[in-house]
Design a binder for this molecule. Sequence first.
Ligand code: LP5
Ligand code: MN
Length: 241
Amino acid sequence: MTQQLFISDLHLSAERLDTVQLFIRFLSERAPKADHLYILGDLFDAWIGDDHEAPPIAEIKRAMHRLSQAGTRLWLMHGNRDFLIGESFCRETGAVLMQDPTLVELYGKPTLLMHGDLLCTEDQAYMKFAREVRNPDFIKHFLSQSIQQRLELAKTYRAQSGEAKSLKPESIMDVNRDTVASYFVEYQADHLIHGHTHRPADHVIELKDKRHYRHVLAEWHHDHGELVCVTPQGFRRETYS
Ligand code: LP5
Ligand code: MN
């Protein structure tokens, strides 16, 4: 039966080898049953450029490449931690990079795909930070530094972000309802799938006289991952362990 899978927020790194192995097993065992696998951001805990080759990166790329070679179409969206994933990574894995947001048609249902950070508009400190680090000149300067310098900087960003987050009220780190509504209206979408907030749930949103659905993906853990599986019958959640 035809099906499409959605995952996000795996946060893979050399410090999370259990999750890395879980993802690699998922790619060979579960993902090949799907026609499409969409990874909606933050596959990696921090991506400092496609020229970073330390383990377990090569093993992850090989497993993704095997999946795309075997016939499952692999789609990748940037998250706030891995927005430096570039063309080389995509070439090596067979993944296709999607813009955030992207509208797709899932068995007749117009569905908007996002990482989710763009929806958190009340978190103004983050919105400002995101604008700054995604500036092409800033990125060019960052990429011109050595791997070691970039690793140090990423560590600093992570630490500063952790500190900033600990001082923020939980509510401002969630999506803003008006922002969600405006994306549904602008893209004429019935469904929205996103990650980032780590608050998995299926929300029903009434706008005018129409129902819309917001499916929030879960982050992955060392022993299990969660996915949303879409078939002609509808949207369902699944745990992989
Ligand atoms: O990531 P997460 O979910 O924990 O928190 C996010 C927001 N934080 C971020 C920052 C990333 O975690 C940092 C890691 C990036 C690694 C990539 C390396 C490549 C960098 C390339 C640069 C070109 O996205 C967090 C949100 C939270 O989601 C919920 O939505 O609140 O936002 C922040 O915490 C941002 C702070 O509010 C403001 C910025 C503080 C950092 C300032 C850094 C200064 C560094 C100086 C370096 C010399
Ligand atoms: Mn994120």
